[in-house]
Ligand binder design. Structure first.
Ligand SMILES: Cc1ncc(COP(=O)(O)O)c(C=O)c1O
Length: 371
């Protein structure tokens, strides 16, 4: 029996069931499933939360990335600079447009793109830079914003895991040209299915994104732009509107859980074997609590055996994935990223974890290392 699953959404649902059921009921009564007032209301409510002027609801975080690139005119042969240590959809979205991902290694402290390596990768074909705010902590945006402004290259923040995170007081997804969010159920703000969103302060770009979201028709049945069906469901929007009200308290609880783990790992003398995540940029929203562990695979097997859910985010760097396979990148080119892939392990961090569960996680880790 799993004693501490990596994620358990049932308790969260139970705590807000009446409100959620009412919100879904409202959509069912209206029978308006595509666009309409729930999607509009979510966009109005969430834009200020993300620190942006405009928000456009979309079908997924992946589609938010794809639509961002489409709206910015990225096409075949263009180069897009990003990190090799991410959920593959960041890179897949670039590839789907025939564009070329150009990678920079990551910072060992945050696992995010090493901004100091980006400048030298810029060429006349560079059309965008995509930093990923991995696990809920922002990338080092200042140098990236400087490059973006100096060279006129759009910055697409992949904030899929970082809604509500901050960098120098600014919200994730509000600093670049656009910010992309995911409402995949495991995210801090999770829908009851797939969903995503783009935030931006650029009014014209927001208009273009809205047109692309709906097949590119503007006015209806007139297609100057190529789009697709990238719409957010009304039912998902209704669920997300309820959950948005609780998001800050859930993320604060994730932070408290993270503080507990980090303090206990130090107290138990385990910080050498299991290096806790470093919080370099306030504020971290801990979509994942990812340690660097010695003998990672055996530790994961031990925890699993003891009923504790873990996951490796991510075992293979993007530059070594088969579908890229154009021979540009070989093993060894990004040593930090490649080392990290062999050591990272995500521990359960969801807000509803009990004190007992958290203590069980750390003592089971201590048992593995004989401490
Ligand atoms: C960093 C990152 N980018 C993009 C995505 C894609 O989001 P989605 O699953 O909603 O398509 C995810 C999440 O799954 C993610 O973690």
């Amino acid at each position: 029996m799993t004693k501490v699953p990596l994620l358990d959404l049932k308790m969260q649902y139970k705590s807000i069931k009446a409100e959620i059921d009412r919100a879904i009921g409202r959509v069912l009564d209206s029978q308006q499933f595509i666009m309409g007032p729930e999607v509009e209301a979510l966009e109005t409510e969430i834009a200020p939360y993300c620190g942006a002027g405009f928000a456009v609801g979309l079908s997924s975080g992946t589609d938010a990335l794809l639509v961002s690139l489409m709206a910015l005119g990225v096409s075949a042969g263009d180069e897009v600079i990003t990190t090799p240590f991410t959920f593959f959809s960041t890179v897949g979205s670039i590839l789907r447009l025939g564009a070329v991902p150009v990678f920079a290694d990551i910072e060992p402290s945050t696992f995010n793109i090493d901004a100091s390596q980006v400048q030298k990768l810029v060429t006349e074909r560079t059309r965008a830079v995509i930093p990923v705010h991995l696990f809920g902590q922002c990338s080092d945006m200042e140098p990236l914003l400087q490059i973006s402004q100096e060279k006129g290259i759009p910055l697409i923040e992949d904030a899929a895991q970082a809604i509500g995170a901050e960098y120098q007081g600014k919200r994730a997804g509000s600093m670049g040209t656009v910010g992309c969010f995911s409402f995949f159920p495991s995210k801090n703000l999770g829908a009851f299915g797939d969903g995503g969103l783009i935030a931006t302060n650029d009014c014209e770009l927001a208009d273009r994104i809205r047109i692309i979201r709906n097949q590119g028709g503007n006015p209806k049945h007139h297609y100057r732009l190529l789009g697709g069906n990238f719409r957010l469901d009304a039912i998902q929007a209704a669920v997300l509107r309820v959950k948005l009200q609780y998001l800050d308290s859930w993320s604060a609880q994730r932070r408290r859980n993270a503080d507990f783990y980090t303090a206990r790992l130090h107290e138990l003398g385990l910080a050498e074997e299991v290096a806790p995540p470093q919080v370099v940029r306030e504020r971290h929203v801990f979509n994942q609590y990812v340690v660097r562990a010695k003998d990672r695979d055996r530790l994961a097997a031990h925890l699993n055996e003891k009923g504790i859910g873990t996951e490796v985010y991510y075992p293979i760097p993007a530059h070594l994935q088969d579908c890229l396979n154009d021979g540009r990148y070989r093993q060894g080119v990004f040593p930090v990223c490649e080392a990290v892939c062999n050591e990272v392990l995500a521990l359960p961090i969801y807000p509803e974890l009990t004190e007992e569960q958290k203590e069980y996680v750390v003592t089971t880790i201590a048992q593995f290392y004989g401490k």
